[in-house]
Design a protein around this ligand. Structure first.
Ligand code: SF4
Ligand code: SF4
Length: 127
C-alpha cells in the first residue's frame, strides 16, 4: 500500500508528465517495421506462378491471368491472417507486406480486394 505522502508526490509528478495514452485515431503513429498489414501487389513483376496461392495457409489468394503475361490477384481480407507467407513465397517480389490496418467494412464482399495495375494497394470494387 502506498503511503498518502508518497501518493500525493506521484499525483503532482503526473501533472508534469506526458500522457501515456495515444490520441489515435486523431494522431496516427507510425507502425513498427515488422508490422504486417494489407498486402501490396506489383503486377509488372508477377509471372503468374501461383506460388503465393499454393502457400497461403488460409486460401485467401486467387491469381488470375488477364492478358498476355498479365496477372491480377484477389485477396480475401476476411480470410487473410496477415502471416506474410505470400510475400515470402513470391520469388519475383511481386507481393509485399504493407502497413495498412484500418480495413473494417460493413459488407464482407468489400473485403475481397482485386489488385490490378493501379493502384497497387488494391480496390474493393469489382468493375
Ligand atoms: S504474386 Fe508472385 S508468387 Fe504470386 S503468382 Fe505472381 S509471381 Fe507468382
Ligand atoms: S498474408 Fe498469409 S493469409 Fe494473407 S494472403 Fe498472404 S499468405 Fe494468405
Amino acid at each position: 500500500m502506498i503511503r498518502p505522502g508518497k501518493m500525493i508526490k506521484q499525483v503532482i509528478q503526473s501533472f508534469f508528465k506526458k500522457p501515456a495514452t495515444l490520441l489515435y485515431p486523431y494522431v496516427k503513429e507510425a507502425t513498427l517495421k515488422s508490422f504486417r498489414g494489407k498486402m501490396k501487389f506489383y503486377p509488372e513483376k508477377c509471372i503468374g506462378c501461383k506460388m503465393c496461392m499454393r502457400d497461403c495457409p488460409s486460401g485467401a489468394i486467387n491469381v488470375k491471368k488477364v492478358g498476355e503475361k498479365q496477372f491480377e490477384i484477389e485477396i480475401d481480407l476476411g480470410k487473410c491472417i496477415y502471416c506474410g507467407q505470400c510475400a515470402d513465397s513470391c520469388l519475383k517480389k511481386a507481393i509485399e507486406v504493407g502497413n495498412e490496418f484500418e480495413l473494417a467494412v460493413l459488407d464482407r464482399e468489400k473485403l475481397k480486394v482485386t489488385y490490378r495495375g493501379k493502384p497497387q494497394e488494391g480496390t474493393g470494387d469489382k468493375a
